[in-house]
Ligand binder design. Structure first.
Ligand SMILES: [Ca+2]
Length: 359
């Protein structure tokens, strides 16, 4: 007589239903862990992996589109804006295998203007894209303070660490060195402190005493005294966790007759003022910050395509869904509708695909 052994699990544990259930349970557990204190921010992308993905087929279609007389931009756009970053790199690999040519160079030759920038941006990973945007913001004479400040103020520790690693790989230089070589004075100190990514991760424990101390310290270093103790401001702004600082800014009103933004405007001027204000906006609500920049970029007749491309490309696989929600909530119209009204042609098509839908 045969006995059932206890070593092999009962068959039903291998059943597809059971495996699916286990996968779901582990997904829920991961989410619970992530929302517990020192977490990674949950991703809210608008561009997600294509379900029925076939890199051979995609690369063949792109090859034909590039070879088509006058270039079939629509096919290129519809494929590349609807694949995840890792899928796009698989397409690039297949393309090279098939045509013995580098896909990025082929796209450079086939596309131009804003569309070219957008598509070439998508061919990089998010960190590579951020690193190259930072590099070009510091290239040549003068600095594109706006791009530099936006990226440095809005990326979290994890993103900044990845950007620095990629920057080193791509340009054989340290981001810190380039930032300090390209900016000066207190602005340099602030941006450098942010690039160092020393910010505390959020904690489950709310430290009310520290909140109160930081609020008072910000007041005493600025509005209360003659001149401004910028060093103290920089260390509090760059080292405390985001949820902690949100509570500090609230508490700050107990000490100062002006809120934190008004205080910044009164205490400092020029690029330093702009940088601190950008930082506070990102700390208060990063998604609203991106939404406002997109809204501003499409307000006047001359649309700021550079800003739009930068935000759409860098956030589409991170948190663009949240940016879309803030956009609709604060500016009356959806991001999709606004892009539709203010841009045109192939560039518009690409942006609308990245936007991912109307709200
Ligand atoms: Ca002062």
């Amino acid at each position: 007589m045969q006995r059932a052994t206890t070593e092999t699990p009962p068959l039903h544990l291998h059943s597809p239903q059971h495996l699916r259930k286990m996968a779901l349970v582990s997904e829920i557990l991961t989410k619970l862990t992530l929302s517990y204190g020192g977490e990674r921010e949950p991703k809210c992308p608008t561009v997600v992996p294509a379900y029925d993905f076939n890199p051979e087929e995609d690369s063949a279609k792109i090859e034909t589109a590039i070879k088509t007389k006058g270039v079939d931009e629509q096919t290129i756009i519809d494929i590349l804006t609807r694949r995840s970053c890792s899928q796009r790199s698989e397409i690039a690999f297949e393309y090279e295998k098939r045509s013995k040519k580098d896909l990025v160079s082929a796209l450079k030759g086939a596309l131009s203007g804003s569309l070219e920038h957008l598509i070439l941006g998508l061919m990089k990973s998010t960190a590579q894209y951020d690193a190259s945007e930072l590099k070009s913001s510091m290239k040549g004479l003068g600095t594109d303070e706006e791009s530099l400040t936006e990226i440095v103020c809005s990326r979290n520790n994890e993103e900044l660490k990845e950007i620095k690693k990629v920057y080193r790989e791509m340009f054989k230089k340290e981001l810190e060195k380039d930032v300090s070589g390209d900016t000066s004075g207190d602005v340099a100190k602030l941006l450098l402190a942010l690039v160092q990514a020393k910010r505390d991760e959020p904690s489950n424990v709310v430290d009310y005493e520290k909140i109160d101390n930081d609020a008072r310290a910000l007041y005493e270093a600025g509005v209360k005294r003659k001149g401004t103790d910028v060093t103290t401001w920089i260390s509090i702004f760059s080292e405390r966790s985001v949820p902690h600082l949100q509570k500090v800014f609230d508490r700050y009103k107990r000490y100062s007759p002006y809120d934190i933004k008004e205080s910044i405007r009164k205490e400092v001027k020029g690029d330093l003022e702009k940088s601190f204000l950008t930082l506070v906006e990102c700390l208060e609500n990063k998604h609203l910050y991106f939404a406002s920049k997109l809204s501003d970029a499409m307000k006047s007749k001359s649309v700021k395509e550079k800003v739009i491309t930068r935000i759409m490309v860098s956030r589409c696989e991170v948190d663009l869904m949240k940016v879309r929600a803030e956009f609709k909530k604060n500016f009356g119209k959806s991001l999709y509708q606004t892009i539709f009204e203010h841009t045109k042609g192939d560039y518009q098509r690409a942006l609308l695909n990245l936007c991912g839908g109307d709200d």
